[in-house]
Design a protein around this ligand. Structure first.
Ligand code: ADP
Ligand code: MG
Length: 342
C-alpha cells in the first residue's frame, strides 16, 4: 500500500529551491536548485546541497548552473539532472532506477509550450509513467489554502529567488498574472551594494543573504526592532584586508528600500488592471504572500499600507508551491477537469 501511495510525485522546481512532495506523505525533500557541471567533459559534478557547498570554490572549468532562471527553464540537461537527483533522493532509488506513476512539475506561468514539453520529457526520462505540469501561481494559491475552485477572486504574490509572481485566481484558473523581476536575489544584491557604498567593504552573496534572513526588514516599526543588529565580515576595499562590521536593522530597511518599492509598485499595476468584481473580492479577502521572500520582516505590513488592503503571509511560505502541487496530485480528477476546461 505504502509503495503504491508513493508512486506519484510533485516537484516545485524553483529558481532558488527545489522541493519534492510524495503523494500520501507530504514534502520529503528540499534542495537548493543548483547543478555543478564540468564544461570540458559535460559531466555533472554535483547537484543540490552538495553543489551549493562547492559554490565559489571551484576551478575555471567547473560551473554552477541553475535549472530555472528569471522564470524560464534554462536548459534541458540541467533540468534533467536536477529532477533525477531529487527523485532519487526522495525515493531512495539509485538515479535512473525509479519507475513511477504521475509526476507533476510546477512551471512558471507563461512558459512556452516548448519549455513545458522539455520539463515533461525530463520527467518521463527519469521514470514517470505520466507527466503533468501545473502553473506556479496556481499551485502557490492552493498551497496557501485559498479557495481556488470557487467563483471568487483570490490574489497571491509568490516572491521567489528571481521574481515575484502576482496572480489573480478564480474558478480553477488564472485570471491575470504579472511577473515582477524582483525577488530574494535582488534583495541580496541591494544589501551588497549598500554595504559597499556605505563602508567600502565587499561582502559575499551568502553573507548578504544571512543579513537579510537575520535582521532584514521592509520597515523598522518600533524601538525593539530598531535595536537589532548583526556582525558580518567582508573585505575592505581600501586596505584589501578582512573587516568586521556591525549592521543594524535600520540600515537593512534603507538597503532594501528599492526592491521592496518595486514589489509594491508591481502589485499596484496588477491591481489597477483587475476587473472590478475581482478587485472587490480581493479588497474583502486580502492578498496572500507566499515564497521565501514573503519571510522578509514586515513586508506584509508595508504592502498593506501601500495598497490599502489586508495582506497576509501564508503559513510556511517556502512550502506553498510544493504543497499546492501535491494537493493537485491528491485531488487529481478535479485538477484534470479544471485544466481540460481551459
Ligand atoms: P524559488 O521559488 O525561486 O526557488 P523560494 O520561494 O524558495 O524561491 O525563496 C527563496 C528566496 O527566499 C531566497 O532568495 C531566500 O534568500 C529568501 N528567503 C528565505 N528565507 C528568508 C527570510 N527569512 N527572510 C527573507 N528572505 C528569505
Ligand atoms: Mg517558488
Amino acid at each position: 500500500m505504502f509503495g503504491f501511495a508513493s508512486k506519484d510525485i510533485g516537484i516545485d522546481l524553483g529558481t532558488a529551491n527545489t522541493l519534492v512532495y510524495l503523494k500520501g506523505r507530504g514534502i520529503v525533500l528540499r534542495e537548493p536548485s543548483i547543478v555543478i557541471k564540468n564544461t570540458r567533459t559535460n559531466e555533472i559534478v554535483a547537484v543540490g546541497k552538495r553543489a551549493r557547498d562547492m559554490m565559489g570554490r571551484t576551478p575555471a572549468n567547473i560551473v554552477a548552473l541553475r535549472p530555472m532562471r528569471d522564470g524560464v527553464i534554462s536548459d534541458y540537461d540541467t533540468t534533467l539532472a536536477m529532477i533525477k537527483h531529487c527523485i532519487s533522493e526522495a525515493t531512495g532509488k539509485a538515479p535512473g532506477k525509479w519507475r513511477g506513476g504521475k509526476v507533476m512539475i510546477c512551471v512558471p506561468y507563461g512558459v512556452t509550450s516548448i519549455e513545458q514539453r522539455a520539463v515533461m520529457d525530463a520527467a518521463r526520462a527519469v521514470g514517470a509513467a505520466e507527466a503533468y505540469t501545473i502553473e506556479e501561481p496556481f499551485a502557490a494559491a492552493i498551497g496557501a489554502g485559498l479557495p481556488v475552485w470557487e467563483p471568487v477572486g483570490s490574489m497571491v504574490v509568490d516572491i521567489g529567488g528571481g521574481t515575484a509572481e502576482v496572480a489573480i485566481i478564480s474558478l480553477g484558473g488564472i485570471v491575470s498574472s504579472e511577473s515582477i523581476r524582483v525577488g530574494g536575489d535582488e534583495m541580496d544584491e541591494a544589501i551588497k551594494h549598500y554595504v559597499r557604498k556605505r563602508y567600502n567593504v565587499v561582502i559575499g552573496e551568502r553573507t548578504a543573504e544571512n543579513l537579510k534572513m537575520g535582521i532584514g526588514t521592509a520597515a523598522v516599526l518600533n524601538e525593539e526592532e530598531a535595536e537589532l543588529d548583526m556582525e558580518i565580515r567582508g573585505r575592505d576595499l581600501v586596505t584589501g584586508f578582512p573587516k568586521t562590521l556591525t549592521i543594524t536593522a535600520k540600515e537593512m530597511e534603507q538597503a532594501l528600500k528599492e526592491p521592496v518599492t518595486r514589489i509594491v509598485e508591481g502589485l499596484g499595476t496588477t491591481l489597477e488592471k483587475t476587473p472590478p468584481e475581482l478587485a472587490s473580492d480581493i479588497m474583502d479577502r486580502g492578498i496572500v504572500l507566499t515564497g521565501g521572500g514573503a519571510l522578509l520582516k514586515n513586508l506584509d505590513k508595508v504592502i498593506a499600507d501601500a495598497v490599502g488592503m489586508p495582506v497576509f503571509t501564508a503559513d510556511h511560505p517556502l512550502d506553498c508551491v510544493a504543497l499546492g502541487t501535491g494537493r493537485a496530485l491528491e485531488d487529481f480528477d478535479r485538477y484534470r477537469t479544471a485544466i481540460e476546461r481551459r
